[in-house]
Design a protein. Structure first.
Length: 339
């Protein structure tokens, strides 16, 4: 499956969505995810937007786009963001700094994170975020820093610096690691983690995981591997649907809209559970595109059930504007979806 990359004009529009104070959370989350998928081609524009941005929400969103990148050009804007007056911006900048520690100016970044971690007048959330990054470094490098933190007056700070948990010790740790790009070689391990901890990890973590899996899927050359990671992404959508969250609905909608072949049933079930009127056109597109595929009868039946579920939940009739658009575009090819 091929997922469209954003053009330069698309990037400008997505940046505008992040800057628009009237944008809701879903629209902002969609903009962040699409800009991340666009990759290196968007970095220059994102950095320029970050340096010019004034709103706290916009800056946090732009920093989230840059998470996981190791570009040397990100060091200065990250250091600037680490000095921002808003704690939320500083926390978001710390997440970007994590991947800059191995670069030529890693020492500058580490010095700044260390200063934030030990500063008693710094916001606790910022200190904890900085300690979380520092504690991942070799003990010979950060041992003295962590020892200093054991003398801190804040019990939460002492606890954070006391010991680094082993991978998998904490509930949701496997999912958190995967959302940050540390995907396991065996996808089944993540399936097990989602079954175990999917109901308790933060929704932004699951949203990041959708984006990470989408990126990994695109990297695969073998179709069988693409489908393997795609199936895992469908499971994440099911987890989000069970939590009644639409933070990744844009990905669900686009995946169905572009599907050339039947998708894993988790995608359709998630759409049936949380999809809205905007999903109906994606369902209609998938239905029409597979109309001539003799092995897609079960897929089309699932799509029809999902469409019926959405229409019932949203109290939509055949006269609804979305339904009229669909019938105008696809005619009787999809009429069975809306009986």
């Amino acid at each position: 499956m091929v997922i469209r990359r954003s053009s330069t004009g698309d990037v400008r529009q997505l940046l505008a969505d992040l800057a628009d104070p009237s944008s809701d959370d879903v629209r902002r989350e969609a903009a962040v995810a699409r800009l991340r998928v666009t990759g290196a081609r968007a970095v220059r524009q994102v950095v320029a937007a970050l340096l010019a941005a004034r709103g706290q929400t916009e800056r946090v969103g732009l920093l989230r786009v840059l998470e996981g990148r190791q570009d040397a050009g990100l060091v200065d804007p990250t250091l600037r963001s680490l000095a921002a007056p808003e704690a939320d911006v500083r926390v978001a900048a710390i997440a970007v700094a994590r991947n800059l520690l191995d670069g030529e100016r890693g020492g500058d970044v580490l010095d700044r994170l260390t200063a934030m971690a030990v500063a008693s007048d710094e916001a606790q959330a910022v200190r904890l975020a900085a300690i979380g990054v520092i504690a991942e470094l070799p003990a010979r490098t950060v041992g003295p820093i962590l020892a200093t933190l054991q003398q801190d007056e804040d019990a939460a700070i002492r606890l954070a610096g006391a010991a680094r948990p082993r991978e998998g010790d904490e509930p949701g740790s496997d999912i958190e690691a995967a959302s940050n790009g540390e995907l396991p070689a065996d996808p089944q391990r993540l399936v097990d983690a989602l079954a175990r901890d999917g109901s308790i990890v933060p929704l932004p973590t699951l949203h990041r995981l959708v984006t990470t899996l989408r990126e990994r899927e695109q990297e695969q050359r073998r179709e069988s591997r693409q489908r393997e990671w795609q199936a895992l992404r469908g499971i994440v959508h099911q987890v989000l649907a069970r939590r009644d969250s639409r933070v990744a609905l844009y990905d669900l909608r686009e995946t169905m809209e572009q599907a050339e072949h039947p998708l894993p049933d988790d995608f359709v079930q998630a759409a049936a559970a949380i999809g809205d009127a905007s999903c109906l056109e994606a369902i209609a597109a998938a239905y029409a595109r597979t109309a001539d595929q003799t092995d897609a009868d079960a897929w089309r039946a699932s799509l029809a059930r999902a469409a019926a579920a959405i229409m019932a939940r949203e109290k939509m009739s055949r006269r609804h504007a979305a339904v009229r658009r669909i019938r105008g575009r696809w005619g009787e090819a999809v009429a069975t979806l809306f009986r």
